[in-house]
Design a protein around this ligand. Structure first.
Ligand SMILES: [Fe+2]
Ligand SMILES: [Fe+2]
Length: 367
């Protein structure tokens, strides 16, 4: 499990009264663990060879929309920005910072990958798309980092670019993983936004007011990857690739579940039951992903929630074992690792729901 701000703050209530130590958010963002957002690199030459002519009309429409830059003026603080870190209870502050650092890292990870694609490519369609997407992600990461700066804990993004480990993914894995992370990002932001629209008294920080327009950017980014996957039917229809899609669905969903459950105070402050929220996000993401994936995870299957919980418990046990160290810590980690794997396999092998993606791949954000 990743180092949460919990690990970096003293534990006692007395210490909270004396002083509030600073937390090294850059170190948190730099750390590579199974659950932390990663930085990716890929075969840029292969991606540069993408030919979008089979989806040309939809592609041009999407690019024109991105070019018009509907959120150009959106990511600026205004009178609506009423952040109050001073009155935030410390346990909430820790988890909220963890949430912001993790979101900022994920946004910046997209920025770095997209910018690199634009820099290395020569295909005008691909370069144009990736320049708009890196523009958006840079804005998103910068806006979150501004919010963190007010708490005195901004992430050093320049340092992160150099210090963070890069994970290599073949282009098709980038498509599956990035498509899903864009769409799940949309679903996460819009679900929180709609919840707080109904319960404004639980909006403990102004950044949530920016989520609606924000998530529309993520939605469009996901659309671009949906179109890219449509350029080659094998990517979503071959037997092996369907297994890969299933793998990525399982990995992305279960990571989200485990990570969200590490932030109980954050969700309590929002007035959100974590399991409800996660199921809501999975439901929306699965409904959207029907545009391109021929299979979806059956989140109503009776094996689904018990095995997510098993994975969550395993990661908590793994974290405790890591802290314990020594032989017992080592054994604890092995046992917890095996339990997490069992949970993962139990979900991966659940019967999937088969769907037929529509002829027209494009969708609009409707939530
Ligand atoms: Fe973003
Ligand atoms: Fe995005």
């Amino acid at each position: 499990m990743n180092a949460t701000p919990m690990d970096l703050y003293p534990e006692t209530a007395e210490a909270e009264l004396i002083e509030e130590p600073t937390v090294d958010t850059t170190a948190m963002a730099t750390e590579t663990t199974l659950l932390n957002p990663r930085f990716y690199t890929t075969d840029f030459d292969e991606m540069d060879k993408l030919d979008v002519s089979s989806v040309r009309p939809e592609w041009d429409k999407l690019i024109a929309q991105m070019k018009s830059d509907p959120n150009k003026g959106h990511f600026k603080k205004n009178a609506e920005w009423d952040a109050n870190w001073a009155d935030m209870p410390l346990p909430l502050k820790r988890e909220f910072i963890d949430f912001l650092v993790s979101s900022c890292t994920a946004e910046f990870s997209g920025c770095v990958l997209y910018k690199e694609m634009k820099r290395r490519g020569s295909n005008p369609d691909i370069c144009e798309l990736f320049s708009y997407m890196s523009r958006d992600e840079a804005r998103h990461a910068g806006f979150i980092n501004d919010a963190l700066r007010e708490a005195g804990v901004a992430v050093n993004l320049g340092f992160l670019t150099k210090a963070k480990k890069y994970t290599y993914f073949r282009p098709k894995f980038i498509y599956y993983a990035t498509y899903l992370s864009e769409k799940i990002g949309y679903a996460r932001y819009i679900t929180i936004f709609r919840h707080l629209e109904a319960h404004p008294e639980q909006r403990f920080h102004p950044i949530f007011k920016w989520f609606r327009e924000w998530c529309n950017d993520e939605f469009s980014h996901g659309e671009a990857f949906a179109l890219i996957m449509r350029t080659d039917p094998k990517l979503t229809n071959s037997f092996a690739n369907k297994l890969w899609i299933r793998f990525f669905l399982t990995a992305v969903y279960s990571t989200m579940y485990v990570r969200d459950h590490a932030r109980p105070e954050f969700h309590k402050a929002l007035g959100v039951d974590i399991e409800w929220y996660d199921q809501e996000v999975f439901k929306k993401t699965s409904a959207i992903a029907r545009q391109v994936f021929p299979i979806e995870i059956d989140i109503d299957n009776k094996r689904w929630l018990p095995n997510l919980r098993r994975m969550r418990d395993a990661f908590i046990a793994m974290d405790a074992a890591k802290k314990r160290g020594g032989v017992s810590g080592y054994i604890g980690r092995m046992v917890a690792g095996a339990a997490a794997l069992r949970g993962f396999v139990a979900i991966y092998t659940m019967p999937v729901i088969k769907t037929v993606p529509p002829a027209n791949v494009r969708m609009e954000p409707v939530y």
